[in-house]
Design a protein around this ligand. Structure first.
Ligand code: CUA
Length: 182
């Protein structure tokens, strides 16, 4: 191999090394930007629960599901993700209010995602997924399961209805658990 050919090959290799470094740098920049600017971070809540006894006792018994108003005015929403539905199938929450979602599964891994928000986490049997958020505007959001959970997966979704605080107090305030499911 002549001296000239070797120089050409080396120059080409070096150029490609810079291209790879630039791509890796870009990917890291995107990760840092989304985690800081869009608050896209891995869920940090680690809380275990006996997945075989959800319906028998504790916070995920049927009468405890849905939206509960806390003493400080914030709301806690408890949801069960199961093959192939969410319970409740329609969740109502007030706007401009701190909201905590607590979700768990009695069977397999499901996904918890609310469209047009940054809410997105896995729901793993034996663990409680917790998401803290606040909705600014009244509007409806779709809540599809986004982890493949077997044959009925594509039909597994629910709705989140964000209503203004007055509507929430008037329509749902008197009940211990609110849900817009009919
Ligand atoms: Cu539940 Cu996919």
């Amino acid at each position: 191999m002549s001296e000239l050919t070797r120089d050409v090959i080396e120059a080409s290799e070096r150029r490609w090394a810079w291209v790879v470094a630039a791509v890796v740098g870009f990917v890291f920049a995107v990760i840092i930007f989304t985690s800081v600017h869009c608050a896209a971070q891995p869920p940090s809540n680690v809380e275990t629960i006996d997945a075989s006894r959800l319906h028998l006792a504790g916070e995920f018994m049927e009468e405890n599901l849905g939206t509960a108003v806390e003493a400080d005015g914030s709301v806690t929403v408890r949801v069960i993700a199961q093959q192939y539905s969410f319970v409740p199938s329609c969740i109502v929450v007030p706007a401009k209010t701190p909201v905590v979602f607590r979700v768990t599964s009695p069977d397999v891994v499901h996904g918890f995602l609310i469209t047009n928000t940054n809410i997105n986490t896995m729901v793993i049997p034996g663990f409680i997924a917790e998401v803290r958020t606040r909705f600014e505007k009244p509007r409806d959001h779709l809540m599809p399961c986004h982890e493949y959970c077997s044959v009925g997966h594509e039909g597994m979704w629910a709705k989140v209805k964000v209503v203004d605080q007055e509507t929430f107090a008037k329509s749902y305030g008197g009940q211990s658990r609110a849900s817009c499911a009919g």
